[in-house]
Design a protein around this ligand. Structure first.
Ligand SMILES: [Zn+2]
Ligand SMILES: [Zn+2]
Length: 230
């Protein structure tokens, strides 16, 4: 499955912004970041890419980011400060690795819980239409490669007893499930494309912040935070 383009992610985020006001602020910021990522893509395979795009990214975030990032972006010598630097670097690495992954042949091989291209962990799960039910995949948090993964298997600890893998849904997001594991107390959001074929997992995941708040209240920890650390 080829990853979505930056343009389709931007368009999807704009749709979700009007549908889910609770996530509007995050989605508006995401659209600006994704536009920057889209514009950066043609340069992404050149040497010195990160260094060359970093000042423009920091300037952009300094104008439109959330308060903590604005403060970091406007501080002299921000390059050496965490965690803002981790965010800036990841924005650019998503472009670089995402482009490389989309233009590589990736051997999917055996079931694995990290990305077969870049070895990062999944930011969301996805269910795609297949036969009677759905085929489960995981989506990389860095390069957005999607790979197949067994339905009843915890992507963190490998638990496969269905009684320890409860799934929760909320009426507000009929196509997004919270897949939890009671053995390791991790969870991942799963975007069900059999119910909503317009969804883009890594974008729709951002809109469903209320589900994260619910999961954290129930003492689950997200398997991998998204680009915004949520
Ligand atoms: Zn990856
Ligand atoms: Zn587990």
């Amino acid at each position: 499955m080829r990853p979505s383009s930056w343009q389709s992610r931007i368009e999807r985020a704009a749709e979700l912004e009007s549908e889910y006001p609770a996530a509007a602020e995050v989605l508006r910021f995401y659209q600006e970041i994704a536009k920057f990522q889209s514009e950066s893509e043609p340069l992404s395979q050149k040497s010195g890419f990160l260094e060359s795009r970093m000042p423009a990214l920091i300037a952009l975030v300094g104008r439109i980011g959330p308060p903590a990032l604005v403060e970091a972006a406007n501080r002299p010598g921000v390059e050496s400060h965490e965690p803002a630097v981790a965010f800036f670097t990841r924005v650019l690495l998503q472009v670089q690795k995402g482009y490389a992954a989309a233009h590589s042949h990736i051997s999917m091989g055996i079931t694995r819980n990290t990305c077969p291209f870049c070895n990062e962990r999944p930011v969301a799960a996805v269910l795609r239409p297949e036969g009677e039910g759905g085929k489960r995949g995981l989506v990389c948090s860095l390069c957005f490669t999607e790979w197949e993964f067994r339905r009843l298997l915890c992507p963190n600890c490998g638990e496969e007893d269905h009684r320890k893998l409860p799934v929760y849904t909320a009426s507000e997001f009929p196509y997004i499930r919270i897949e939890t594991c009671d053995s390791c107390r991790r969870y991942i959001k799963s975007v069900d494309l059999t119910i909503n074929g317009r969804a883009i997992p890594e974008v729709d995941e951002l809109a469903a912040i209320p589900l994260d708040l619910w999961a954290v209240e129930k003492d689950y920890t997200k398997l991998t935070p998204n680009i915004f650390g949520l």
